[in-house]
Ligand binder design. Structure first.
Ligand SMILES: Cc1cc2nc3c(=O)[nH]c(=O)nc-3n(C[C@H](O)[C@H](O)[C@H](O)COP(=O)(O)O)c2cc1C
Length: 220
């Protein structure tokens, strides 16, 4: 059985195509997961809606707690890490990670950045070994995991080679962070022109849905 971790992070509640002000990234993640479950209804999907329930950002109790070895933590330190522990567990258990990623001010939404800060954890998702040329050891390289970043952008030209590629700090940053913890098989599929709408957006959505269908088909 394959386990999918399905993450949404749009502040918009509904899905585009079904709701007048719905989220394009939620539409894309739903398409990927539906396509997967249609072929493999017995697979497990763990869902985390960061847009609806933003994690607490890193705070002053979190940092010393994360850097205290687990057996020596106080009850308060364990409590400070509980939400982060749960998100790390979900990521470690996943074979396929499906992330809905709206571009906000050239980067990712704050709740998704809070998730990133929660899952990059010493001794859980990476280790530090000063004896190595690169001292950072990715702990999620222990078995194959894949990720697809399903991103929505109001403007256009943010993919490699595009006119605004240098301003894209959204899927590019997320890809680097996933690689840092050991998930290197990462794909991006984007819908662009979401603010423009009309036929240009429709064409971008159709193209993204076709690519999602093909990627899910290849991974199934
Ligand atoms: C706070 C905010 C910041 C945004 N910043 C950008 C941006 O930097 N570049 C861009 O192309 N679109 C930007 N947009 C437009 C969104 O990327 C677009 O609405 C996208 O569809 C959001 O994803 P969603 O439909 O899943 O919510 C921004 C939207 C919001 C709400």
């Amino acid at each position: 059985m394959t386990t999918l971790l399905h993450i949404d992070s749009s502040a918009r509640a509904g899905r585009a195509g079904e709701h007048p002000h719905g989220s394009q990234s939620r539409r894309l993640t739903h398409a990927f997961v539906s396509r997967w479950l249609a072929a493999r209804p017995g697979d497990e999907v763990v869902y985390r809606d960061l847009g609806a329930m933003p994690p607490r950002p890193v705070h002053h109790e979190w940092i010393p707690s994360a850097f205290t070895p687990e057996p020596q933590r106080t009850p308060d330190q364990r409590a400070a890490l509980r939400e982060s522990d749960a998100m790390v567990r979900e990521l470690k258990a996943a074979d396929v990670v499906v992330i809905g990623l709206p571009m906000y001010n050239y980067g990712m939404p704050a709740p998704l950045k809070a998730w990133v800060d929660a899952i990059v954890r010493i001794a859980m998702t990476f280790d530090y070994d000063p004896g190595r040329a690169n001292p950072y050891v990715p702990l999620l390289a222990d078995r194959p995991r894949r990720a697809v970043l399903l991103t929505a952008r109001g403007s256009h030209g943010f993919d490699a080679g595009g006119a605004q590629a240098a301003l894209n700090h959204a899927d590019t940053l997320l890809r680097d962070v996933l690689g840092f913890v050991g998930i290197t098989d990462v794909h991006t599929i984007a819908v662009e022109h979401t603010e423009e709408g009309g036929a240009t957006l429709d064409a971008s959505v159709s193209d993204a849905l076709e690519r999602i269908d093909a990627l899910a088909g290849a991974w199934l």
